[in-house]
Write a protein that binds this ligand. Structure first.
Ligand SMILES: [Zn+2]
Length: 498
C-alpha cells in the first residue's frame, strides 16, 4: 500500500448488516492459512531483498510468480511484448546535492544555512542569472498558471489556494509551472512540512514513469525563514506577499533577484515489469475479470550499519500476491468460468501506482471490457469472522453482486464507508480513473482499529516481515471470497454485465 499522509480517524467499527446465510456449496477447495503462509514466507525472504523494482529482488519475485501461475495452468497473454511480462519503463533519480546563489539588486545575498533544498531533474544542471518571480499559489481563480514563469525561478506557496474549485495540491501546481517553462520551482515550506522530512524525501531516490511529463530542471523547497529573508532583502514583506496572493486575480511579483542554480543527480533509466497472465474462459464473450495486486515493496530501506536494512513487505504486499496465486489455482482447477480472467501483479505501486498507471495506458484487454477489477493489497490484518468492507462502492449492480457472494459464504458486510479513506492509496485508483469498475473487497479494511495498528507499527519498516504472529485467518477467508467473486463476475448468466 502506498504512503499517503492523511489522518484517518479510527472510528469505532459499525458492525455488519447482521445477515446470516448458510455458506453456499462450492466445489473449490478452501484456501488455508498454511497455503498463504508458504508464499508470504518465500516472497518476504531476505533473498528477495525487499522486492524493489529494478533489482535482483525483482528477478526473483517475477520468477516466483510466473512459476506459480504457470503451474496453476494460467496462460501467457497474446500480444504482450514478452510472454508473462509487460515492461514498465521507469526513470530513477537520486539527488547528489545542489547549490543556489542569489543576487538581490545585483548584490550577492546569502541565505541562512540550510534554508534551501534542491533537486535536479537531470544528472547535471547549471543555470546562471535566472530571474525570479514570486507566484503565490501559482494559479489563478480559473485554475490556470497566473504568471509568466518561462525561463524563470518561480517561488510558490505550499498550501492549497483559498480560491477556485479544483484546489490542485502543490505537486500538481509545481508541474503546471514546469509545463509553463519554469527553469526552477521552489516551494515555500510550512510548519506542517517538517524540514527534516523534506530533506529526507529529496535525498531518497525518486522514481517516475519514463513516459511521464518531466518536472522543471530544478525543484526544491525554501524554509519559511529563508523565504522571508529573501523577500525582505528584495524590498517586499513576506506576509504582505502572502496576503496579496489570496486574490484569485493575483499575477505574482517579479523580484529584483537572480539565482545561479546548480544540481547533480544520479539518473538511471530501466525497465521494471508487470506480470500478466490469463485463465482463458470456457465461453468467452469479450468481457473479462481482472485480479491485481502489487508485487513490489521498498527494498533495502535502511542505511548501512542498521541492524535490519531490508523492508521485506510480508503483509504489504506479499500477502496479496499469495492470495492471487491461490485464487488462480482454485479457479483453474475447478469448473472453467465462462469469461477470461486476467491476473496482474503490478510493479512500483509503492512509488505512486506506476505499474498500474502503465497498465491503464497499455492494457492487454480493452479497459471497457473489464467487468470488474479486484485489487488485493495488505490483506493479512484481520482474523476470521471479520465483516467484508469494499473500497470503491457506488455502482449498485456491482455492490449487490459482491453482497450476494459474500453473504453466500456466510460473511457479514461492513458498509460504513470508512474504508473509502484508502481509495487513492491503492492500484485500483489508476484503473478507476479510467472508469474501470475497481473494487477492493475484504476484511482488512473493515476493522479500522486493526488496520491502524499495522499502519502505525510495522508498516513500511523492516518489521513488516514474516512471522507466526501475522494473522492469516481473515486473509484465507478473503481469498475464498475472491475465488467466489471471480466465478460470479465471470459467469455470463449471473453477471450479464452493464
Ligand atoms: Zn506499501
Amino acid at each position: 500500500m502506498m504512503t499517503f499522509r492523511v489522518a484517518v480517524a479510527a472510528i469505532a467499527l459499525v458492525a455488519g448488516s447482521g445477515v446470516s446465510a448458510a455458506p453456499a456449496k462450492t466445489a473449490d477447495t478452501p484456501i488455508t492459512e498454511a497455503d498463504l503462509a508458504a508464499h508470504i514466507r518465500a516472497l518476504s525472504d531476505d533473498a528477495f531483498e525487499g522486492r524493489a523494482p529494478g533489482t535482483a529482488g525483482e528477478d526473483r519475485t517475477i520468477a516466483y510468480i510466473v512459476g506459480e501461475w504457470a503451474r496453476a495452468g494460467l496462460a501467457a497473454v497474446p500480444g504482450s511484448e514478452t510472454p508473462w511480462l509487460q515492461p514498465v519503463p521507469l526513470v530513477e533519480s537520486r539527488a547528489l546535492g545542489g547549490a543556489a546563489q542569489f543576487r538581490v539588486k545585483g548584490r550577492p545575498f546569502a541565505l541562512e544555512e540550510d534554508g534551501v533544498i534542491l533537486s535536479g531533474r537531470d544528472s547535471d544542471v547549471a543555470m546562471a542569472d535566472v530571474p525570479t518571480v514570486f507566484v503565490g499559489y501559482g494559479i489563478d481563480g480559473a485554475g490556470k498558471v497566473n504568471a509568466d514563469v518561462a525561463g524563470k525561478l518561480a517561488i510558490m506557496l505550499f498550501d492549497n489556494a483559498p480560491f477556485g474549485e479544483k484546489l490542485p495540491r502543490y505537486r500538481e501546481r509545481r508541474q503546471m509551472l514546469a509545463d509553463a517553462g519554469a527553469a526552477g520551482v521552489l516551494v515555500i515550506a510550512t510548519d506542517a512540512l517538517p524540514w527534516d522530512q523534506l530533506r529526507g524525501a529529496v535525498d531518497g531516490p525518486s522514481i517516475r514513469l519514463a513516459a511521464a511529463k518531466a518536472g522543471a530542471p530544478v525543484s526544491g523547497f525554501l524554509s519559511p525563514k529563508a523565504a522571508d529573508a529573501l523577500f525582505e532583502k528584495a524590498g517586499f514583506k513576506g506576509d504582505v506577499l502572502r496576503e496579496a496572493a489570496k486574490a484569485p486575480a493575483y499575477r505574482g511579483a517579479v523580484l529584483p533577484v537572480t539565482a545561479n542554480l546548480a544540481t547533480k543527480a544520479e539518473v538511471r533509466a530501466f525497465d521494471s515489469h508487470n506480470v500478466i497472465a490469463k485463465l482463458p474462459g470456457a465461453k468467452p464473450d469479450g468481457k473479462a475479470v481482472l485480479f491485481l495486486g502489487h508485487w513490489d515493496h521498498l527494498g533495502i530501506c535502511r542505511p548501512e550499519g542498521a541492524a535490519d536494512r531490508i523492508c521485506n513487505g510480508a503483509v504489504d504486499n506479499a500477502s496479496g500476491i499469495a492470495v492471487l496465486i491461490e485464487v488462480a489455482k482454485r479457479l483453474a482447477a475447478g469448473p472453467r468460468p465462462d469469461r477470461d480472467i486476467y491476473f496482474l501483479a503490478t510493479t512500483a505501486e509503492e512509488r505512486g501506482l506506476l505499474g498500474a498507471y502503465h497498465f491503464a495506458d497499455h492494457p492487454v484487454v480493452p479497459l471497457q471490457d473489464i467487468a470488474v477489477a479486484l485489487n488485493v493489497d495488505t490483506v493479512a490484518i484481520s482474523p476470521r469472522g471479520t465483516p467484508v468492507a469494499t473500497i470503491g462502492r457506488g455502482r449498485l449492480a456491482h455492490d449487490a453482486l459482491v453482497r450476494d457472494v459474500a453473504v453466500g459464504l456466510g460473511r457479514t458486510l461492513d458498509t460504513d464507508g470508512e474504508a473509502d479513506a484508502f481509495v487513492q492509496r491503492q492500484d485500483g485508483w489508476a484503473l478507476g480513473a479510467k472508469d474501470v469498475p475497481s473494487l477492493m473487497v475484504g476484511g482488512s479494511f473493515s476493522d479500522m482499529g486493526l488496520l491502524m495498528k499495522f499502519l502505525e507499527s510495522d508498516y513500511h519498516g523492516p518489521a513488516d516481515q514474516f512471522s507466526d504472529r501475522i494473522p492469516l485467518g481473515g486473509a484465507a477467508e478473503d481469498a475464498d471470497l475472491h475465488v467466489a467473486l471471480g466465478r460470479a463476475f465471470a459467469d455470463s448468466k449471473r453477471w450479464p454485465g452493464e
